[in-house]
Design a protein around this ligand. Structure first.
Ligand code: MRU
Length: 357
């Protein structure tokens, strides 16, 4: 792919040209082990998404697109109808992995559209494969460029010498590369702003403690870890100048779906009067959806009953494991996208920004 204006130090998912496979860093093992896995099997990539080896809204969208392209390269049949059916069923497997993040469905719809159009046109199987490969590579490249673009817009909003609180991991490890919330931190840092970051540990999967800390330490950006339940107090104490988080889905009214715990941080930020920014590529915004369409993923309660696989309570106690929550539009100071910064009222301003090229 062509070059980017900032260094790309960490990639969550990428294309391996030698065998036309998709590779990813297994984020479940970080920060203790940097394990790389490659595959062309949509079932294996689906498992990686469900089990969160690959996670983060943009990363799962990019991974799903690359998995479709990789599989299309491996389909043996020379019959176009069978080829169509096989690739389409791979899309279905990837579709049914995680229900909340919009990027997954956005990316798979793009791949399905290309498949459908190419087959309708009557081009050869080899040409369809090339079209799918090009589209998946575009989706990956667009994601990196979107992150850099929103990083530029967001960095303008970050004061010098400020402390940013972030939740979960909206970094390179949650995207193809560079990150959304962390993308803003990176651009601010590269431009010489002396920022500090407070990262919440993000129970139960610990994306903050394991991933955000790992990423920011690699980048040299000062980071301090807190438990999730400290967020309110550190905001109240005046230790935070602004909050920047990512998003899994943004509805037409401006409801922000993000990692469980985001809502509590937004409430505390509002009460204290500090900005609460959401960083997201436009692929996360679903103007077709309203709050009533949001599906909040419920994961295995064992993730709550254990920490890193070790039991922390009685084995059979009922536990809730909502993976995401919903933040009301009036708590969101602005949504930072690659097309610009969107301010309230979101119902009016989100469609305007999506129209921009
Ligand atoms: O369950 P996860 O780890 O996939 O949740 C990730 C988040 O909630 C991120 O904040 C979101 O996907 C934005 S990532 C740029």
């Amino acid at each position: 792919m062509s070059s980017y204006p900032y260094p790309i130090k960490i990639r969550a998912v990428w294309w391996r040209e030698e065998d036309k496979s998709i590779c990813w860093i297994n984020t479940k093992e970080l920060p203790f082990k940097e394990e790389i896995i490659c595959s062309s099997d949509p079932g294996r990539v689906a498992k990686a998404i469900i089990e969160m080896e690959i996670r983060g809204a943009p990363a799962i969208g990019v991974a799903a697109a690359l998995a479709v392209a990789s599989y299309a390269n491996k389909v043996k049949t020379r019959d176009i109808d069978s080829f169509y059916r096989e690739v389409d069923s791979a899309i279905n497997i990837l579709w049914n992995t995680r229900p909340t993040a919009h990027n997954l469905f956005w990316a798979l719809r793009r791949m399905r559209k290309k498949l459908h159009e190419a087959v309708e046109k009557g081009v050869s199987i080899d040409e369809v494969v090339q079209i799918l490969e090009n589209e998946a590579k575009h989706i990956m490249d667009e994601d990196i460029r979107a992150n850099i673009g929103l990083g530029e817009y967001g960095a303008e909003l970050v004061p010098d010498n400020s402390t940013i609180l972030t939740h979960c991991n909206a970094g390179a490890l949650a995207t193809a590369a560079f990150g959304t919330a962390e993308g803003i931190m990176r651009v601010a840092w590269y431009k010489g702003k002396k920022i500090k970051v407070i990262a919440t540990e993000t129970r139960p999967v610990l994306q903050g403690a394991r991933l955000t800390v790992w990423e920011l330490v690699k980048e040299g950006i000062p980071v301090t870890l807190i438990t999730d339940n400290m967020a309110g107090y550190v905001i109240r104490k005046g230790l935070v100048d602004l909050v920047i988080v990512g998003a899994d889905r943004i509805t037409s009214e401006g409801y922000v779906v993000n990692k469980i715990g985001t809502y509590m941080i937004a409430l505390a930020a509002k009460r204290k009067g500090i900005p609460f920014y959401v960083a997201a590529p436009t692929s996360t915004i679903d103007l077709e959806s309203t709050i009533n369409d949001i599906v909040i993923e419920e994961r295995n309660p064992d993730e709550v009953r254990k920490v890193l696989g070790k039991p922390i309570t009685l084995p059979d106690v009922p536990a809730l494991n909502y993976a995401f929550d919903i933040t009301d539009p009036d708590l969101v100071t602005a949504i930072i996208t690659e097309k610009g910064v969107v301010k309230p009222p979101y119902r009016e301003n989100l469609p305007k920004i999506l129209k921009n090229n």
